[in-house]
Design a protein around this ligand. Sequence first.
Ligand code: GLP
Length: 261
Amino acid sequence: MEVLIFPSYDEMSKAAARVVADLINAKPNAVLGLATGSTPIGLYRELVRMHKEEGLDFSQVVTFNLDEYVGLPKDHPQSYHYFMHEHLFKHINIPPQNIHIPAGTTSNYAAFCRWYEERIKQCGGIDLQILGIGADGHIAFNEPGSSLGSRTRIKTLARQTIEDNARFFGGRVEDVPIYAITMGVGTILEARKIILLANGRNKAKAVAAAIEGPVTSMITASALQLHPDVTFFLDEEAASELKMIDYFRWVQSNKPKAPKT
Ligand code: GLP
């Protein structure tokens, strides 16, 4: 696992967007796993800029979003469908049929979850998964206690997550859905490459637990320690509780000079 620390949110976002763009340029039909939340907004803004100013081409890119609230229709301003269209899809040239987001409303959730897993396989698997992290260390909506082998399914959200996300619902905790469809930890770990972004002081404990703590279902991001190709993109505040911070900085400045072959 690699840990990269950036002086600002903007620099973190731009460096992460470069990884995504390099993949798309090398593999125009790349399959991306996408995250929502406030964290990846800067990354999406940079991808939109690259599309508009540098011709970054999404015409063959396929995407799978991590999760969606159960019960919110696609046009609900707090749905992850709405979020993705506002922050990314409506600004780039991705064909609508290449976009996959878990259904917030469907007549059969279990069947939908099975189909979602199948569809990822049919598309060749996820080349690059983008993640954020919850303040309790969750990835996607895999709350503490989620099996580290879990697949796409319905999860009951933790109180903390509902309270954290109430800010998007005008501060009304009672308006935040209690359930979500989410890719499982096992689904996420099958991506070929994973990048996790975190910024701000309120993520520092979760980040330290994920990187330096034991692998545990209580911090589902800690399962990333088992993956062979994970990079954490952090700002200074999110990195501030890492005990090994000097070591990570040392590696960050020396690793690019290491022999490549
Ligand atoms: C939600 C999402 C996660 C996201 C987390 C952090 O719980 N399901 O995918 O990582 O929020 O959100 P934010 O980036 O807004 O802090």
